[in-house]
Design a protein around this ligand. Structure first.
Ligand code: GLN
Length: 276
């Protein structure tokens, strides 16, 4: 029988911290234990059933399947979110959008926020957890995605988020919001990255958006001004080479105070503007 330490080492093939981290997540999942448990039990022997489960996960990972879909979980903001292949795997880049939204939402006043294309619920739930007085409407065109987001809201006990199905602003009804946020699909349809890594397994509707990748952002910018209060904020995440184009789209639609913030890698990532 192999020990916890031996199984983690066997799968940490590239020997770098990232592949070790992946191996720990997969072994923890096979054992039904959190990652931290593995450190205290490095010399425990793993029973044959758990080892077989771990080896099946390792084989799926070797075929390219994303770790988050294999474990059904992904860390985002301060929590672990349930994820399935019906939703985009939340990215660390998107935490930048959450930070920028929080800077504009008061802690001590009521505020209404819409999150368009919520997927796993990542953005909506992060905002809801940090701003208890905010009322958030999270939308998605996909029923399966909304089911994942709703399950996350229930599990995290966040009651200040409601869910609505529909395309972009169409799901918002007649309400007007203080802020609309979105991490929409923004990859160009022919971008070869769509055939690499985790992206091969994620919903294409969550990733790609027309010839230049900007179709969804054009629609959102055009629609959102009709759903924002005067002076309300629109914030969208976009590709690192799309900052100038997105600022242009915001300007054409009459937004002001337009500015783009950079991600942790110092690349343009989130553009904000206020509604006319
Ligand atoms: N809002 C979700 C996220 O940021 C899903 C985004 C998407 O599917 N494009 O993770």
């Amino acid at each position: 029988m192999a020990t916890v330490r031996e199984l983690v080492a066997a799968l940490s093939l590239r020997g770098d911290p990232e592949s070790r981290h992946e191996a720990e997540l997969l072994l923890g999942h096979a054992l039904g234990r959190p990652r931290a448990w593995l450190y205290a039990h490095a010399d425990d022997e793993v029973d044959a059933d758990a080892q077989a489960r771990f080896e099946a996960l390792a084989a799926a990972r070797a075929r390219g399947e994303p770790v988050a879909y294999l474990t059904g979980r992904r860390a985002f903001w301060t929590f672990d979110l349930e994820v399935t292949p019906a939703v985009l795997i939340p990215r660390a880049d998107t935490e930048r959008l959450v930070e920028l939204a929080l800077q504009r939402i008061p802690l001590d006043a009521d505020c209404t926020v819409a999150d368009l294309g919520t997927g796993s619920g990542a953005i909506a739930l992060a905002i809801a957890s940090e701003r208890p007085r905010a009322r958030i409407v999270a939308t998605d065109a996909s029923e399966a995605a909304l089911a994942v987001a709703e399950a996350n809201a229930r599990r995290l006990d966040l009651a200040n988020v409601e869910f609505a199905r529909g395309d972009w602003c169409a799901a918002l009804g007649t309400r007007r919001f203080d802020m609309i946020v979105s991490n929409p699909p923004y990859i160009a349809a022919a971008d070869p990255h769509l055939d690499e890594g985790d992206l091969r397994f994620e919903p294409s509707a969550a990733l790609a958006s027309g010839e230049d990748g900007l179709d969804a952002i054009r629609l959102i910018a055009a629609q959102a001004r009709g759903y924002l209060k005067a002076g309300g904020w629109l914030l969208v995440e976009h590709g690192h080479d799309q900052g100038a184009a997105v600022r242009g789209i915001f300007a054409v639609n009459g937004y002001t105070d337009i500015a783009t913030a950079r991600d942790v890698e110092d690349r343009e990532r989130v553009t904000a503007g206020t509604s006319p």
